[in-house]
Design a binder for this molecule. Structure first.
Ligand SMILES: Nc1nc2c(ncn2[C@@H]2O[C@H](COP(=O)(O)OP(=O)(O)OP(=O)(O)O)[C@@H](O)[C@H]2O)c(=O)[nH]1
Ligand SMILES: [Mg+2]
Length: 316
């Protein structure tokens, strides 16, 4: 509230300007953001404050929006209502998660011929406050599933430019790793290596099912099978167990286009097991040796075709 006071202008009238609007909180998907970890350490986001209105009918400055960059594939959910505000999959997609409050009105708005010195004004409104849950479901085209020690990380290292940790004990990989495969025509696709699944994973055995959400969006799956049975399991049992665990997580996953990589084909047991695997499961696995990068060209071609959508029927 303010009145114009100036020499030679008696009864200058009301001249209080409006307050500025508060800034909003915006989430924006960005390819260069790789995790939500900064939110873990600083979970409270606050946008800029709107400035006060001033005399001479000056409007207060609007508060600055806070644009928070999140990785592509982030799901924003309101914890209180459970409502999903946005699923930011595409680069550049954004959502206003909480809007800033409106600024108050200055007293100049109440001026009439009858009411020449209004003292009325309104207060600014508080901005929205929300408790949100952000979930990152990595957006990849191909998801790798396999038992621990099957050679998933080795395969990722062989097929892409990623450098995951490889070791001869189970559960080397503790969190998903995404690699990029670049093809000869410079097109590329993302492939995710997730921690190994074991029987009973749906009950929380091993590292459990929690990582499967990262491949829920993959358009194709790659089963990685240790064909040599190094850990004294039979490869065809592995395959059935994997499929069963996927089914218990989400039956839709089994309908995805998939390929099977028969790994460790340099070992003699693997050569023995492969024909039996073929007849027992009725599938045609692709023999590869992740250690020496053998069979990668063929696997790459198959993945490229799988990820690019349903196969077109060939004309006879
Ligand atoms: N002989 C042979 N050994 C392999 C091959 N590929 C991987 N290995 C070995 O298998 C072991 C496990 O490999 P990883 O790539 O760490 O297996 P993983 O599936 O990522 O295992 P987790 O991350 O523990 O789930 C390592 O000792 C590798 O050297 C292969 O083609 N031939
Ligand atoms: Mg691994």
């Amino acid at each position: 509230m303010s009145f114009r006071r100036e020499k030679f202008i008696p009864r200058g009238g009301p001249d209080g300007g409006d307050g500025g609007t508060g800034g909003s909180i915006v989430f924006e998907a960005d390819r260069n953001a790789d995790s939500l970890v900064s939110l873990f350490y600083a979970p409270h986001l606050r946008a800029g404050r709107g400035q006060h209105g001033k005399g001479q009918k000056l409007h207060g400055r609007n508060g600055k929006d806070l644009v928070f960059k999140v990785p592509c594939g982030t799901l924003v959910q309101d914890t209180a209502t459970g409502e999903i505000l946005a699923d930011l999959v595409k680069e550049g997609a954004s959502v206003i998660a909480a809007t800033g409050g409106k600024g108050g009105l200055g007293n100049c708005h109440w001026l009439t011929s009858q009411h020449r010195a209004p003292r009325e004004h309104t207060d600014g409104e508080p901005g929205e406050e929300k408790r949100l849950r952000l979930e990152l479901k990595v957006a990849v085209q191909v998801g790798m599933v396999g038992f621990p020690n099957a050679g998933k990380s080795s395969l990722l290292a062989a097929i892409s430019h990623a450098h995951p940790k490889v070791a001869s004990y189970p559960f080397t990989t503790l969190h998903p790793i995404v690699g990029t495969i670049v093809f000869d025509d410079y097109s590329s696709l993302h492939i995710a290596d997730i921690p190994g699944l074991i029987e009973g994973a749906h009950d929380g055995a091993g590292l459990g099912h929690s990582f499967l959400r990262h491949i829920e969006r993959a358009s194709a799956l790659l089963y990685v099978i240790d064909m040599a049975g190094v850990d004294n399991r039979k490869p065809w049992d592995d395959y059935e167990t994997l499929r069963n665990e996927l089914k218990l997580h989400d039956p839709q996953l089994l309908l995805r286009p998939c390929a099977i990589a028969a790994n460790k084909m340099d070992l003699p047991e693997a050569k023995k097991n492969l024909p039996e695997f073929r007849t027992k499961t009725g599938t045609r696995p692709i023999p590869v040796v992740a250690l020496t990068c053998e069979g990668m060209d063929r696997l790459k071609k198959i993945l490229q075709r799988l990820a690019s959508g349903p196969r077109r029927r060939q004309k006879k």
